[in-house]
Write a protein that binds this ligand. Structure first.
Ligand code: FES
Length: 193
């Protein structure tokens, strides 16, 4: 069981991610990564979500669930009103999951679909190159949650989102087959929470 760092300090330069207590950079990770890892934003489930995205990482087998609640803004456009995540993954996976919830909240669905891993990594002040693959989980989970929402609403799926979904689904099937015992245990733990 990992121990999360408790000590917060004012870091220089400020990462621009967190309004108050800032966590020091640690080892290969920036202060932004450590802040989101030690105090993840929007962690948990949403009751009766409008869309759910579940994705698996091909490289390591880590899994993430992302939930969205959708509402209309004053221009009558669909926006992400609420968003939460549960991630069974590493420091970078948890930090990028937390970061994407901040980036997506309040955005229209079109804007949210456009959030890519580069933007997520940038918002954290960077990731070690060996951990860049972890940021894919968050971007894919958001796309899947929006795909799920469109499907449930019987709305036409934009071509780029359909293409993304097909790629993600293929990868998820591989992960679930390759890491069968592991992903089944994760599913059990997830369902108990
Ligand atoms: S090592 Fe699996 S997502 Fe980071």
């Amino acid at each position: 069981m990992f121990k999360r760092p408790k000590k917060t300090i004012t870091c220089q330069p400020k990462c621009g991610v967190c309004p108050k207590g800032r966590t020091a950079a640690s080892g290969p990770y920036t202060a932004g990564v450590m802040e989101h890892f030690s105090k993840p934003h929007n962690y948990g489930k949403i009751k009766n979500p409008d869309g759910v995205g579940k994705v698996g990482n091909l490289i390591c087998g880590d899994v993430m669930w992302l939930y969205i609640k959708v509402a209309k803004n004053k221009d009558k456009k669909d926006i992400i009103k609420d968003i939460k995540f549960e991630t069974f993954g590493c420091v970078a996976a948890i930090a990028t999951s937390s970061a994407i919830t901040d980036l997506a909240k309040g955005k229209t669905l079109e804007e949210a679909i456009a959030i890519d891993k580069r933007e997520i990594v940038q918002s954290l002040g960077g990731l070690p190159p060996i951990k860049l693959h972890c940021s894919v989980l968050a971007a894919d989970a958001l796309a899947e949650a929006i795909y799920d929402y469109y499907t449930k609403q019987k709305r036409p799926i934009p071509a780029a989102l359909e293409e993304k979904h097909q790629r993600i689904k293929k990868e998820k099937d591989i992960v679930e087959e390759k890491y069968k015992d592991w992903t089944q245990k994760e599913e059990e733990i997830h369902n108990k929470q």
